[in-house]
Design a protein around this ligand. Structure first.
Ligand code: ZN
Length: 490
């Protein structure tokens, strides 16, 4: 097997048959040798862009279910639901996601009666855009035995009218009551859509992801891996509900290989801005996990050599995460605790990230979508919301991602949101960072966040040959392991 020379791009790169870089820049041609296979490219070769927070299952399911992200009003959403339902059996489930009442002219939450009419009495389950609430029909509530006498589950709310009847909005853990009743897709259907999802990410220039998914997605990824059908690399983070299994089996962070690896334990400390469930220092919002539970998970993960990825959006939740993680700051060499989102951080806590070795895993594109809502709901704290600039100055390590399907996975849009957008939008421009910093958060920062800094994150001899080639502001090729995973058709 010969080497491969990626020529014509800046810098030129030579890769060995093992998919690792042999040489970069001036020496690449000589190092590749005369027999090398030559791949001609144009543009800048960046280290491969990694999405540090993505939901592959959500992205794949979106291809199997009704997508309401484009619905501009309640009526528009109901029309789309009606059309989708027409093709289903009379008692078939309408399953979908992506609706966002905050983007509609009337921002109040919709109710089940709207759905009963639009979907012809079918059971309906529609996750809100942020995944923190669901809009369900009367038939869905009946099948799930939810009525006026049902109690709210711990950590969740069943919205009710004046007669205590459920309105059709379920928040946080209450969503699970209906979600648990949904018919499952087959393995084959899931694998096919998962493979298409990974290909779509490669087209955006993404060479790897850190997935926040359930075991169902992990099983699908393993099946694709065994068939050599992973187009991009996946580091998998398991839900905290599976922590006891991982502990029992002794699975550690880093298990697997660079194509499919095990990493952290994902847990939710609070909810979201859009669903008014982010836990704030002013006492508002929802607490999905007590401090004692958090402390317990931190101790167990540090002991099991499993990392943590904790979802914390409000400044109160971020502080609690830091409190629980600080005692473990030197747990072991590859202890890389992460706070996911960190959308609002009190300035007093900014320096604590670096001191506790906690990584801020952020999604710049959220700021673009959330800006108006943040101005409305968090008027006093937007000066330190989506505050990558403040955190960088405080010495925190950053890893960037998209949170897709909540937002687009397009990393170029994410880089723009972190760099140029704030000034254009006139929204706390001092919180922007340089393009070099943003690129680092998608490459070296992402690699460090999953203990792969020696394998990936920069173009250097010995590292995996993962590259995103960009020309004229657009991705023209995605190289993973020295192979062309995608390139723009000529
Ligand atoms: Zn997420």
């Amino acid at each position: 097997m010969n080497a491969t020379l990626f020529a014509g791009c800046k810098p030129e790169v030579a890769a060995g048959p093992d998919g690792r870089i042999i040489a970069v820049g001036a020496g690449a041609r000589a190092a590749a040798g005369r027999r090398a296979e030559v791949v001609r490219l144009r543009g800048e070769a960046w280290p491969g862009l990694v999405d540090s927070h993505i939901h592959l299952e959500g992205l794949a399911d979106r291809r199997l279910a009704l997508d309401l992200t484009a619905a501009r009003s309640l009526d528009d959403a109901l029309m789309r639901i009606g059309r989708w339902a027409e093709d289903l059996p009379a008692d078939g489930w309408v399953i979908g996601s992506g609706w966002d009442n905050n983007a509609w002219p009337d921002a109040s939450f919709p109710n089940r009666r709207h759905l009963d009419h639009a979907a012809g009495g079918r059971p309906v389950y529609l996750r809100r855009k942020d995944g923190h609430s669901a809009w369900v029909s009367s038939a869905a509530l009946q099948r799930s035995k939810v009525s006026a006498i049902t109690h709210d589950p711990p950590g969740g709310v069943i919205d009710r009218d004046d007669d205590r009847e459920p309105t059709g909005i379920l928040r946080e853990t209450a969503m699970q009551i209906v979600a648990g009743k949904l018919p499952q897709t087959t393995d084959r259907e899931l694998d096919a859509t998962m493979a298409r999802t990974l290909s779509a990410l490669a087209r955006m220039g993404i060479t790897g992801v850190h997935s926040m998914d359930s075991a169902r997605a992990f099983r699908s990824l393993q099946r694709l891996y065994s068939k050599g059908r992973l187009r991009i690399r996946v580091t998998y983070n398991l839900p905290v509900a599976d922590l006891p299994h991982a502990e029992r089996m002794g699975i550690r962070s880093g298990w697997g290989d660079p194509w499919l690896r095990m990493w952290g334990v994902k847990a939710f400390i609070d909810g979201s801005l859009g669903s008014s469930t982010a836990q704030m220092l002013d006492g508002t919002g929802a607490v999905r996990m007590s401090q004692a539970e958090l402390d317990d998970i931190a101790v167990r993960c540090a002991r099991a050599r499993l990392n943590v990825c904790w979802h914390a959006i409000g400044d109160g939740a971020v502080r609690r995460a830091l409190d629980a993680l600080t005692p473990h700051h030197d747990a072991w060499r590859f202890w890389r605790p992460r706070i996911e989102h960190a959308q609002c951080v009190n300035p007093k806590d900014a320096k604590r990230f670096a001191r506790a070795g906690v990584i801020a895993s952020m999604q710049p594109i959220h700021a673009v979508a959330d800006r108006e809502l943040a101005d409305e709901c968090w008027p006093r704290v937007t000066a330190h919301a989506y505050a990558w600039g403040m955190l960088e100055r405080a010495g925190a390590r950053l890893a960037f991602g998209s949170d897709a399907p909540v937002e687009t996975a397009d990393p170029l849009k994410g880089i723009d949101a972190a760099v140029g957008w704030r000034k254009r939008a006139g929204w706390h421009p001092e919180l922007a960072i340089s393009k070099a910093s943003a690129l680092r958060a998608y490459t070296a920062g992402a690699a460090y966040a999953v203990g792969m800094e020696r394998e990936a994150g920069s173009l250097a001899a010995g590292k995996l040959c993962d590259m995103t080639v960009v020309d004229g502001g657009r991705v023209v090729a995605t190289i993973v392991g020295g192979r062309v995973s995608w390139r723009k058709p000529a």
